[in-house]
Design a protein around this ligand. Structure first.
Ligand SMILES: [Zn+2]
Length: 634
């Protein structure tokens, strides 16, 4: 989105201030392993600013994230609940439902001005993360084909955060600042390859410098003494440990152990270090308690405020984590884990047990030696899942905007009225508890090949990507993700006829995969099956009503079907989500030309070219249109 600047038209909520009126600065550091920070013992660590924050505040030595994925983990940091309660199980799929109560909503209702600046498309407003924020600056797309990879660099985030701080001060505020630099590819400072641990650490150092600028501004503005600063990670990075280079699929501490630092001048003894297990879901209750505000009911996290003040020891906590990503992408079993101060148990077809007492390294499973411990932790996991409050219901406002004819057609396809029904949200969680399917840890080589192929497809190297995917499919023939990537590669090479049967096979296995269904719809359009294309794109919108990619392609299909007014409507919606998307602007220009509104058409094409000067099709269309306009003049 275009940054919405704080202004007179958008004043913060004028509500009476509750609590003690301290400010809150929440810094979330993406993909940041705790053990890569100096304050967590990294030899030669390159994080002086984060280290200083820890010296001035308290450091939690063992903080565990709920999930190794940006969207689900941030939803936990903002709501204080695990994914099976807040409902975000994957990135960019089902948005954080408005039924959830986020920290921003509570603080806004308590009279705080709320603002956020986030660096990854995965946290964009269309995925529900803006709820409760007066100002929300997310990632606007420019010429990126794959929106998932769209990001803002740390220097841009810090400039934005500093300007927000200046605008928000001195009123009590809640500012959330998200850094994404350590996320793969590690390219901010390096020349290729962008995949090494050295390049990863460069990114951490760069992010630390940027965080230093924001903390410095807090000092300059005289706010440091009146501001609670919380720095927390969403997940780590495998860097080759346990066969995982990045994150998402497995639940080892390389991706689950994250930094958590709290600086609160009056409430925290500087330099405190707390060795007990805590969770990222404890962040919202802790912030509320430090502000003197009551807790939100039905939050799974607990307040650590009294532990920070030294009034009590950290209670004995169990850290739950889950990943359904390998299940969704490869059809293998879902993973869950539970960690306490002594043990970590991973629930899988071949379960694992590690002793945590001395080290978090997880090098040697001791499940054979301690079957009683494994059985106890497995039962605790079952109870945690069984006793959880019911999951938030996904928003389904998209269904309300369907025309009667569309509703009838979708009903005939078995879809209308309700959301498609992603199996990760519907029905009791306990029914998904048993880890059915193949053991994910036995297929890390296939996961890695698929990640590599995905990177190659980003740079359109289809020839190199396809054999890697075929290698994976030889071992896991029903795996949706590699099959979907093969289809995507075929479609991108102008072979949609070959892609379509693959999409159809995969969508039989995972009908709820909205990204694949969107790609399928686009391929159908390429072969002239326009009505079917429109139907499939509408199904995606039931689930994810604010996908600009799908709104845009549906508009193209509707234009081809001669339904120009509906096409126009969908393009306007797409522009609301992504006002600077050059492809949407281009299509809108073409539509205006068809409607004979040539001056407007020209404006849209010019705007698209200003954003992406290398957009050749748009250049050609603009030249042709201008030639036609000149030809008409007397
Ligand atoms: Zn992340």
């Amino acid at each position: 989105m275009l940054p919405q600047r704080p202004s007179a038209e958008h004043p913060p909520a004028a509500r009476p201030l509750l609590g003690n009126g301290l400010n809150v600065l929440l810094i979330t550091v993406d993909t940041t392993r705790a053990d890569y920070l100096g304050c967590y013992g990294r030899p030669g660590g390159r994080t002086p600013n984060i280290d200083r924050l820890a010296q001035e505040g308290a450091l939690f030595e063992r903080c565990i994230a709920s999930a190794p994925l940006t969207g689900p983990s941030h939803a936990s940091i903002l709501t204080g609940n695990h994914p099976f309660v807040h409902g975000v199980r994957r990135n960019s799929a089902v948005p954080l439902a408005s039924e959830n109560i986020s920290l921003a909503e509570v603080l806004k209702d308590s009279g705080y001005a709320t603002a956020a600046t986030v660096a990854s498309f995965v946290l964009n407003r269309q995925f529900g993360f803006a709820q409760g924020f007066d100002y929300f600056h997310d990632v606007s797309q420019t010429s990126v084909d794959d929106p998932q990879s769209a990001e803002r660099k740390g220097d841009e985030i810090s400039r934005d955060a500093i300007s927000l701080l200046r605008t928000l001060a001195p009123a009590p505020f809640f500012l959330w600042v998200h850094y994404y630099d350590p996320h793969h590819p590690y390219e901010t400072r390096r020349s290729p390859p962008y995949t090494t641990a050295e390049a990863y650490e460069d990114e951490i150092a760069f992010m630390d410098e940027q965080i230093g600028l924001v903390l410095g501004e807090l000092e300059n503005l005289g706010l440091a003494q009146r501001t609670i600063v919380v720095l927390v990670g969403d997940h780590g990075e495998g860097l080759g440990e346990h066969g995982e280079s990045q994150h998402a699929y497995l639940l080892y501490n390389s991706t689950q152990h994250v930094p958590l630092i709290v600086r609160c001048p009056e409430a925290v003894v500087p330099g405190t270090s707390l060795a007990e297990v805590v969770r990222t879901i404890d962040v919202p209750p802790t912030i509320l308690a430090l502000l003197g505000l009551p807790p939100v009911e039905q939050t799974q996290g607990v307040s650590l405020a009294r532990c920070l003040r030294g009034e009590m020891a950290v209670p004995t906590l169990e850290a739950y984590s889950e990943s359904f990503e390998a299940h969704a992408q490869f059809g293998v079993a879902r993973l869950r884990s539970l960690m306490d101060q002594q043990w970590k148990y991973i629930l899988a077809p071949k379960p694992e047990l590690y002793a945590m007492a001395d080290s978090l390294a997880e090098t040697n499973s001791v499940i054979a030696e301690h079957p009683d411990v494994a059985a106890r932790l497995r039962e605790r996991l079952r109870v945690i899942v069984a006793e959880a409050p019911p999951p938030a219901r996904p928003d389904s406002d998209a269904a309300a905007t369907l025309s009667d004819a569309d509703r009838a057609r979708l009903e005939s396809l078995g879809y209308a009225g309700t959301a498609v029904g992603p199996d990760e949200v519907n029905g009791p969680e306990l029914e998904r508890f048993e880890p059915e399917g193949a053991n994910p840890m036995d297929f890390t080589a296939q996961f890695e090949l698929t990640v590599q192929a995905g990177d190659l497809l980003q740079v359109r190297d289809y020839a190199a990507a396809t054999p890697l995917l075929q290698q994976v499919l030889a071992i896991l023939p029903d795996a949706p993700r590699p099959a979907g990537l093969v289809a995507t590669a075929l479609a991108a090479q102008g072979r949609p006829h070959e892609a379509i049967p693959i999409y159809e096979r995969v969508l039989k296995l995972i009908p709820e995969d909205t990204y694949l269904r969107g790609s399928y719809g686009i391929a159908l359009m390429q072969v002239g099956r326009t009505q079917e294309a429109a139907d499939n794109l509408r199904i995606v919108l039931l689930e994810n009503p604010r996908s600009a990619r799908v709104l845009h392609n549906l508009a193209i299909a509707l234009t081809q079907l001669g339904r120009l007014a509906e096409a126009d409507q969908n393009l306007q919606l797409a522009l609301e989500v992504e006002p600077r998307n050059p492809r949407v602007l281009h299509t809108l220009g073409i539509l205006r030309a068809r409607q004979n509104r040539l001056a407007e058409a020209e404006q849209y094409l010019v705007q698209a070219l200003q954003i992406d000067p290398s957009f050749r099709q748009c250049q050609e269309d603009l030249e042709r249109m201008r030639a036609n306009m000149r030809g008409r003049q007397p």
